[in-house]
Design a protein around this ligand. Structure first.
Ligand code: T4K
Length: 392
């Protein structure tokens, strides 16, 4: 119980680099961080061993622990979620047309556009942010080799339909599961869906190694990813191409120290998500769309990484006005994902943007509210009060 005389408990606020006001903000997320005392003995051991990167013992320990926590057959930890995608594309996507969701972060599509091996065919999402299986089916040609789908905000794609399409047409099905640490559908860990999945362990994700990521797939593929992250070298030979996608021991230590904390963090995030759903659901603000249906999906195990709302038709203010009002109250919400290929200047001459109406609408309307493990009821109340003031 809060003492009536004292102010309500609030999560620690972040001071952002480059923000000269030095103002402390309630941010869209806050990194999961261990106590220094948990880290110190492992960091000391790394220094004592004088082996600080290149397949160190802490990296191996982290990979084993993650394989078990994520419930997957094989996994390689790499530099970040973007490199995870690049390694997976290079190793698992045959050259040809690749059907890719238009609603994501640039990491998903950059290499598909830049690298001559693939022709990206960008397709629209449904009104639930996921790649639209009907749009995928309509985009398949004899030249199609793969489908790249994202589980946006940790909301799992329609795997039954996508895998049926992939099987019927002999396509590789790759999931960008950057947002999906700990997510499952019908008891199946998300990393077990499709032929290959990639994760991000960036500081803004539910689980982090500061920067980091992973590729998940069958053991043969993961052996090739391990070679590719090490310049193509293996056992004194170079049998393939590669790059430097290795992870140092300090980051591996960070991951090992964070792993025991992640389930409590997911539970704490879940309390924030449900507090938003209860408070905003009761207010029923005109034009404000909530992701309530996601949390009623049968068999879905969420990680509560993001809380996307829509400021859509009928709202009393547009998204920019809502963002500004939140900012004035010290709250930094974010418009993930904006830009997308449907809005960025880079793609204006490359793709038929009119063909992506749902992506355009989502890019224009979505707002990710703060959700993290340190947030309190008072923090949720602050955000809800601002939304009520602007939208009622
Ligand atoms: N696929 C998808 C679908 C993705 O969304 C992403 C990345 C990737 C692939 C690639 O994964 P990585 O290569 O990044 O591992 C962030 C993240 O940097 C990025 O990882 C993420 N998705 C994307 C959706 O969001 P920004 O530019 O919004 O980050 P930033 O620096 O503005 O941070 C957001 C908020 O987080 C800050 O306002 C405060 C808080 N924060 C951040 C950092 C870095 C902290 O409190 N402490 C911190 O140290 O991109």
């Amino acid at each position: 119980m809060e003492d009536e005389a004292s102010p309500p408990a609030r999560a620690p606020r972040a001071v952002l680099p480059g923000d000269e006001s030095e103002r402390a903000w309630l941010t869209v997320t806050s990194p999961l961080l261990p106590d220094f005392d948990e880290l110190a003995p492992m960091l000391r051991d790394v220094l004592d061993r004088r082996w600080v990167t290149n397949q160190g013992v802490y990296l191996r320990r982290l990979e084993q622990a993650l394989q078990s926590r994520l419930g997957v057959d094989a996994l390689a930890v790499v530099t970040n979620g973007t490199v995870a995608l690049e390694l997976a594309y290079a190793e698992a996507l045959p050259p040809g047309e690749v059907i890719c969701t238009a609603f994501s972060f640039p990491a998903t599509w950059n290499m598909l556009f830049e690298d001559g091996r693939w022709t990206p065919v960008m397709v629209d999402i449904g009104d639930d942010y996921r790649i639209d299986p009907d749009a995928v089916a309509a985009a398949i040609t004899p030249r199609t080799t793969a489908i790249v789908a994202v589980h946006p905000y940790g909301f799992v794609c329609d795997h039954a339909r996508l895998s049926a399409l992939a099987e019927r047409h002999g396509l590789v099905l790759l999931y960008d599961a950057a947002h999906c640490f700990g997510v499952a559908q019908d008891g199946v860990p998300v990393g077990m869906l499709g032929d290959v999945s990639t994760f991000s362990f960036h500081a803004t994700k539910v689980f982090n190694t500061l920067e980091g990521g992973a590729v998940v797939g069958d053991p043969g593929l993961i052996a090739r990813i391990e070679r590719r992250r090490n310049f193509g070298l293996e056992g004194g030979d170079q049998a393939g191409f590669g790059t430097n996608g290795k992870v140092d021991e300090f980051r591996a230590v960070m991951g090992l120290a964070n792993l025991p904390l992640v389930d409590a963090a997911i539970a704490a995030r879940g309390r924030v998500v449900h507090a938003y759903l209860d408070a905003l659901g009761a207010l029923a603000l005109p034009g404000l769309g909530l992701p309530a249906a996601e949390y009623r999906r049968p068999g879905y195990t969420p990680n509560h990484g993001y809380f996307p709302v829509r400021v859509g038709g009928g709202a009393r203010a547009d998204r920019a006005a809502v963002l500004a009002a939140l900012r004035a109250a010290g709250v930094l919400a974010r418009a993930y994902f904006n830009p997308t290929v449907a809005t960025a200047s880079l793609f204006r001459d490359r793709i038929d943007q009119a063909a992506l109406p749902q992506t355009r609408a989502a890019s224009a309307e979505v707002l990710c509210l703060p959700v993290h493990h340190l947030m309190t009821d008072a923090d949720v109340g602050l955000v809800v009060d601002v939304l009520a003031r602007v939208l009622r």
